[in-house]
Design a binder for this molecule. Structure first.
Ligand code: G3I
Length: 301
């Protein structure tokens, strides 16, 4: 196949990208988006600060723009993200515990209801674990509601929508021996054992120039064996080495329950770490060597 999306579809997978609503009108950007990608994650537009900047006052305009674009071009959507300590409007952090619980439940409910039927999977909770540790990080949710906030968020999300996939998403959980990986693994194992609704785990995949850890496939397989789908959700690699990209895609292809790969932006100039030139297209929209490497890998080598 001659595009990333079509090549991934040969094995029933998707190939996605993060999208910024304010770039959809740039034809060089939209042309690559619609030629290559069949899954879209809004880069910022579904986050709490964008969707509920003031309590109870919801704004979905820029997210709706992306959803409309996806529907017009046959692309599916990953919702990103409902509960995250970052890009949290100031009012949330100021609430006392009982009020915070109410606000969190209402946020999950209103946002999921607005997009109901239009989303393949939601990142229900994002980045709740601390680096270098098996424990949760400090956040308004953790500190005021306690560690049960994650389970509560997933149960609330399931009560809002019985059909959408519910995911936990994090970074630095790709290396099997890392404490953070083991912490998230233990949580997912516990959730599955107790019937807490979780369907998928997103491995962000923000890698240095050395590419993914050698254990990536081991990690994906171990999580999949717990009974969840796994995805690479925010892939970018410093200097975009062809081998690092090929190794990442190969790890996914080797795991039956790895359902797709998403890169975190289209052109290097679109990247949150643009100084690293980490993406598959250069600033002029030309495919880089890593693009060819990914396409060939998806096509079977
Ligand atoms: O919207 C404001 C704009 O009004 C203002 O003028 C401008 C001035 O700086 O800032 C704009 O907001 C920026 C926003 O991106 C939209 O461009 C924020 O400052 C900036 O911090 C924000 O960065 C985003 C970052 O998440 C925030 O944490 C990046 O675009 C986005 O790529 C990045 O994505 C995260 C994932 O959601 C979760 N995993 C890690 C990943 C990379 O950090």
């Amino acid at each position: 196949a001659s595009s990333l999306g079509a090549a991934a579809a040969q094995s029933g997978r998707y190939f996605g990208t993060a999208v910024a609503a304010n770039k959809l009108g740039t034809s060089a950007y939209a042309t690559i988006l619609d030629r290559e990608f069949n899954m879209i994650t809004p880069e910022n537009e579904m986050k709490w600060d964008a969707t509920e900047p003031a309590r109870g006052s919801f704004s979905f305009g820029s997210a709706d723009q992306i959803v409309s674009h996806a529907q017009a071009h046959g692309q599916r959507m990953r919702g990103h993200t409902l509960v995250w300590h970052s890009q949290l409007p100031g009012w949330v952090g100021g609430l006392a515990a009982a009020d915070l619980q109410t606000a969190m439940d209402n946020h999950i409910t209103q946002v999921m209801n607005h997009f109901k039927g239009k989303i393949y999977a939601w990142d229900v909770v994002n980045e709740a674990f601390a680096d270098g540790s098996t424990q949760h990080r400090s956040s308004p949710f953790q500190d005021k509601l306690g560690g049960g906030f994650i389970e509560h968020a997933f149960r609330t999300a399931r009560s809002v929508d019985a059909n959408v996939k519910l995911c936990y998403n994090d970074y630095n959980i790709e290396n099997w021996s890392d404490a953070k990986t083991q912490g998230v693994y233990s949580m997912v194992k516990d959730f599955k054992a107790r019937g807490v609704p979780i369907d998928c785990v997103g491995f962000q995949g923000h890698f240095g120039s050395g590419g993914p850890p050698a254990s990536l496939q081991t990690t994906l397989s171990a999580f999949a064996a717990l009974g969840v789908d796994v995805q690479i959700t925010e892939l970018d690699i410093a200097q975009a080495p062809s081998s690092g990209y090929a190794n990442t895609v190969n790890a996914c292809l080797a795991v039956a329950r790895c359902t797709g790969v998403t890169v975190w932006g289209i052109r290097d100039s679109d990247s949150w770490r643009s100084g690293d030139n980490p993406l598959l297209f250069d600033g002029n929209g030309n495919a880089k060597a890593a693009y060819t490497s990914v396409l060939n890998t998806l096509n079977g080598g």
